[in-house]
Design a protein around this ligand. Structure first.
Ligand code: IMP
Length: 430
């Protein structure tokens, strides 16, 4: 079972890029399974920093083949620009395979994303404005245009005409916008088709053959559990399934191929956009977390909202993803505090619960119940083995492990590859 799924346990930006870097040596293939260019992975390799949005971070390693799976939504212009930028930095992208079933982000999706947010006013989601939600909505409404449609210009034109017959009146009459011209759109997309043609593949078949041959495949999630359309803080979520189950549907691979499901958890919590964040902090402590942790979005540059570690969320993520182990990232950021709170439960209308609430109303009423941990107040970014961490830092990690019943197998104390502290994977603990 050579499949490993990497999944964010919070609201994204946990440091999944660095986790991929840690696992890259052992992997043959890295496959993205959902999301689109709303994602932002920052990866440091050999002292160089790369910011990736759509291309799987495995592309930075010459021995890895990368796959954009069926469940991803692809803005072809953005993909080609990202590939060109990587090539210009000396990174070969020739091996990247693009699922014929992946859906395309079309110009009307981007327009609709921005318009919908404007019309929602104070109820807006705070989307990245990249057309992600409308592209997934059209996919489910069976009005989507897929990568494989690029291979047949006649079919592409027919499909675009059908969609625009429905969409153009809406844009013009409801939103007072100019209609899209089907032929102009097809002309633009055919230029992408030429460039993408050699990469278009049956990626499910490719992965199946690779797994049969014993190749190691890393399924790389974007966004995270609490942004999942089914299991996250709906409606303040993305429109796809970042949870581990999404890795299977989003690549066309069966569950028996998966051996390991690694949850990535930041040592504290952040979120971008609107929606509940029960352990959110305001004021000077939030500023310290934001500054020390450089908590500004990779994709939109927005300042991230910051909060303390929430083990109600982590336990929930452990359950819905079936986590086998956890990586804790950015522990060094907490060196700035004398005492560090960790949410162990919520108080909701007077009742204390350790479980993620049933309803959105209860989530909004949830007040965290904190346990306070002693800080370590020393720079840990140069520590190279777990045993050399200050006792208080180890207590923090081990308490997290205990509160979630999932073994912590790696702790990150900085963005560099050497700032990774591996722990023995302990049996049990699930
Ligand atoms: P969308 O994915 O652009 O539709 O945005 C929906 C929600 O997901 C918004 O709150 C975004 O800020 C959030 N989101 C989308 N991608 C990311 C990500 O990569 N990291 C963190 N939040 C994200």
């Amino acid at each position: 079972m050579p499949g490993t799924i990497l999944v964010g346990t919070q609201w994204g930006d946990e440091g999944k890029g660095k986790a991929t870097d840690l696992l890259a040596d052992k992997m043959d293939i890295v496959a993205r399974y959902q999301g689109g260019n709303n994602a932002g992975h920052t990866v440091m390799v050999a002292g160089r920093t790369f910011k990736l949005h759509l291309v799987p971070s495995g592309v930075l390693y010459p021995h890895i083949t990368t796959v954009i799976g069926d469940g991803v939504v692809v803005d072809p212009g953005v993909l080609l620009a990202e590939l060109a930028a990587l090539e210009a930095q000396g990174i070969s992208t020739v091996g990247l395979k693009l699922s014929a079933n992946a859906h395309l982000i079309m110009p009307w999706h981007k327009e609709r994303d921005k318009l919908a947010e404007r019309y929602l006013g104070r109820n807006r989601i705070g989307t990245t404005g990249r057309g992600i939600g409308p592209a997934y909505a059209d996919k489910v409404a069976r009005l989507g245009i897929r990568v494989q449609d690029l291979l047949d210009p006649k079919i592409l034109l027919q499909k675009v005409e059908v969609v625009l017959r429905e969409r153009n009146p809406l844009l013009a009459k409801v939103y007072n916008r100019l209609p899209f011209d089907a032929e102009a759109v097809v002309e633009e997309y055919m230029t992408y088709a030429e460039a993408l043609r050699p990469r278009i593949a049956d990626t499910s078949l490719f992965l199946w053959k690779a797994l049969r041959d014993g190749k190691q495949v890393l399924f790389e999630g974007a966004q995270a559990t609490m942004l999942d359309v089914d299991h996250g803080t709906y409606p303040f979520v993305t429109s796809s399934s970042p949870v581990a189950g999404g890795a299977l549907a989003g690549t066309g691979v069966g569950p028996r191929e998966i051996e390991r499901v690694i949850g990535i958890a930041k040592a504290y919590t952040t979120r971008v956009g609107s929606g509940p964040l029960p352990t959110e902090v305001q004021g000077p402590e939030a500023e310290v977390l934001r500054e020390q942790g450089a908590e500004f979005g990779t994709t939109t540059g927005r300042a991230r909202r910051c909060g303390w570690l929430d083990t109600v969320v982590l336990r929930y993520a452990a359950r819905v993803n079936g986590l086998t182990d956890l990586f804790i990232t950015k522990l060094d950021v907490l060196s700035a505090f004398d005492r560090i709170p960790v949410a162990t439960a919520y108080r909701i209308d007077g009742e204390v619960t350790g479980d993620w609430p049933l309803t959105q109303t209860e989530v909004h009423h949830a007040e965290p119940v904190f346990e306070w941990f002693e800080g370590w107040r020393e720079d840990i970014s140069g520590v190279t083995s777990y045993g050399d961490l200050p006792r208080a830092a180890r207590s923090y990690v081990e308490a997290t492990e205990k509160l979630c019943s999932v073994p912590v197998s790696a702790v990150f104390v900085g963005p560099g590859r050497e700032q990774t502290l591996l722990r023995e994977r302990t049996a049990g603990g699930r």
